[in-house]
Design a binder for this molecule. Structure first.
Ligand code: TRP
Length: 452
């Protein structure tokens, strides 16, 4: 099947197969959240018990919401803003969730590309052997140099954005699906290489204990909420990305199983990344709770001392770049699909104008750490939970019930779970999201203070 030129008045583009969708959706989900953020928050929250709670959040909250989000796209055959209108009424207030999603996509890509640019820079450093033999102080210095020099940071960021733009501009099956078919298997091979090395290291046992030992005493309420919040981020939920990708899914494909497979792939990569990183950290007696610097300071220091470290660091940072790219592609697609569906401009124009705007917002994120943190805080703690809440409430309470059932059951091996899925989406999911949300905005602490 061939991709049609993507004008809003021509037939909607489609994935070539269900596998195409799963690869692209897994590409969206697997990103910096898995390889950069998950290991360091696991480290900060003491490992084991946190990992278990995280798995429960993915399965109990993330997966049901992902099914709902993909459904919104496929049932409406449109992207976030229009999806709400098509499935309720043209003047519906639900549309605010769609608008919020597009705004969130803009903001997310503006600083996601900052970290992706760092990954490109470290790939370059690895290729030129600049991290061979560095000590912890020098590693700090290298990272400081990068974050302290706007030109280098912005340069890599723009290079990353331009590549992302070219892929999305090439269309759904010729661009997004094709690149997912290259990069996702590539990412898998690189993880296997790194896993092979990690298993031979002396810190392997300590890392396994840390990751899979049940140390409940280290788990805090804040840790539980962080796990829940992160399950949204890592599965790319609440931002219309799965709506857009779902809108290209063929109507006979099993939406529920495809969502489950996507979440499964995402979880495997998050665990695999930790299983690669922590043996290295423990072998060299480093600090597992090093925070955001774990990947760009701690890890390069360790790699610099390892036999084969030069090769392994190239593999590691290329893997990080691949993961970031397939995610950035999905974020830009939210923006492109919005412009395509609502303003009838061509895909190429939509991608170019979207990227230019993102780049403008991206400069302050790269130059200023406090701006970066503020935008990240807004997106991760406000926009994504709110977007997810909107999706869950809309699909569970507003969308036409017969259509919802038909979409869930079409060709589905999981059809018999329709009732349980709907119940989870109606009650526990909104309650959980609301709690995360209240916690994130500090309202729980405030209420606690009132009660105390
Ligand atoms: N899931 C991505 C990661 O783990 C980040 C992300 C959040 C995302 N929302 C998204 C990616 C929407 C694409 C689309 O890094």
């Amino acid at each position: 099947m061939h991709d049609m030129p993507d004008h809003s008045n021509s037939p909607r583009a489609q994935w070539n197969s269900r596998t195409g969708f799963i690869l692209a959706a897994a590409g969206s989900a697997v990103g910096l959240g898995n390889i950069w953020k998950f290991p360091y928050i696991t480290g900060e929250n003491g490992g084991g018990a946190f990992v278990l709670v995280y798995l429960a959040c993915i399965l109990g909250v993330g997966v049901p919401v992902m099914m709902a989000e993909v459904m919104l796209g496929r049932a409406s055959r449109s992207s976030s803003v229009t999806a709400y209108r098509t499935l309720s009424d043209p003047k519906s207030k639900w549309v605010v969730f769609g608008v919020l999603a597009v705004v969130a996509a803009f903001l997310l890509l503006s600083y996601y590309s900052t970290v992706a640019g760092w990954a490109l820079h470290y790939t370059y450093l690895s290729l030129t052997n600049a991290i061979a033999g560095i000590d912890p102080g020098q590693a700090e210095g290298l990272f400081g140099q990068l974050t302290g020099s706007p030109l280098i940071g912005v340069g890599w960021q723009f290079a990353f954005l331009v590549f992302t733009m070219c892929v999305v501009a090439a269309g759904v099956s010729h661009g997004i699906e094709r690149w997912a078919r290259i990069m996702m298997p590539g990412l898998f091979v690189m993880i296997v290489i790194l896993l092979g090395k990690a298993m031979t290291m002396s810190g392997w046992g300590a890392a396994m204990d840390f990751l899979f030992g049940m140390n409940w005493d280290k788990l805090t309420a804040a840790g539980v909420l962080e796990a829940l919040g992160h399950s949204f981020f890592t599965l790319s939920l609440g931002m219309g990305s799965m709506i857009a990708y779902g809108s290209y899914l063929r109507s006979q494909d099993d939406l529920a199983s495809a969502s489950l497979a996507t979440a499964g792939a995402d979880t495997l990569v998050a665990l695999a990344a930790s299983v690669v990183i922590f043996p290295i950290v423990f072998t060299f007696g480093m600090e597992p709770g090093a925070g955001p610097g774990l990947l760009f300071v701690t890890l390069p220091t360790a790699l610099a001392q390892m036999t084969g470290g030069a090769f392994l660091s190239v593999v590691f940072f290329v893997m990080l770049v691949f993961a970031a790219l397939t995610s950035a592609i999905a974020i830009l697609e939210v923006i492109a699909a919005y412009l395509l569906d609502n303003h009838g401009i061509s895909r190429v124009k939509a991608c170019v104008s979207g990227t230019v705007l993102v780049a403008l917002f991206g400069v302050p994120a790269t130059v200023s750490g406090s701006w970066f943190n503020a935008v990240d805080h807004f997106v991760s703690n406000w926009a994504l939970p709110l977007g997810g809440l909107g999706i869950a409430l809309f699909v569970a309470w507003r969308m036409d019930g017969a259509l919802r059932r038909k979409e869930f059951e079409a060709g589905s091996a999981l059809a018999k779970f329709y009732g349980s899925w709907l119940w989870i989406l109606k009650y526990p999911v909104p309650v959980c999201i609301l709690i995360v949300f209240l916690h994130a905005i500090g309202a729980l602490a405030w209420i606690g203070g009132l009660l105390a």
